[in-house]
Design a protein around this ligand. Sequence first.
Ligand code: PGA
Length: 249
Amino acid sequence: MRRKLAAGNWKMNGTSAALTEAENLAKSYTSPDIDLLICPPATLLSRLSDALSDSPIATGGQDCHAATSGAHTGDVSAEMLKDSGATYVILGHSERRDTYDEESEDVRAKARTAMENGLTAVVCLGESLAQREANNTLDIIGGQLAGSVPDGATGETLVIAYEPVWAIGTGLVPTLEQIAEVHGFIRERLIRRFGEETGNAIRILYGGSVKASNATEIFSVADVDGALVGGASLKASDFSGIIDALEKA
Ligand code: PGA
């Protein structure tokens, strides 16, 4: 059985005051039935990891460099994330693919380094609205999946997040049928590449405008093993509605 995962992506939001939100969440979930993760900005990672050290809530980075160290001004390495208490790292988020022209081969190199450094890579995939309207969704997702995921991935070292670009931060959500189609397709491709056991052990999250009000129906879809949540993860009161829905799913 795959353990469900509720992951918060704070993006470029949060200063010291935001630590209180995570501490409030930690008070509510001392022994959850699911895995919980918060990915704060890099500036908060170390303090957040310390604040949550007695809590089951894990912390993660939002990106890392493919190299272990070196002359890469402004970048953060997987080893640094690990050293700051992280156990996960989000890679290939559409905001990075778009803004920094990250290609799937770049994401794959980063994921390999992350895994070598003991981090679980949360690899994001997603089609644009134009790609969906042109009926290219599965081609795009299949290509991103094959290109972004390194060989040797396992249920411990890899999580996939399906995040339609047009659903991120927009309030738009695909139909349950559309989510089911893509998650089923990703599952089938994972099994084909990694075999039955590993392919079935890798968790597939849905992301894009998940809120407490739509979480229950999204979590009812087969092969949705949790959510990657942006805006609704910033406040403990919002995120806990999603966590509660996932615990009940
Ligand atoms: P959102 O973001 O929940 O604000 O739509 C999701 C994400 O980008 O991970």
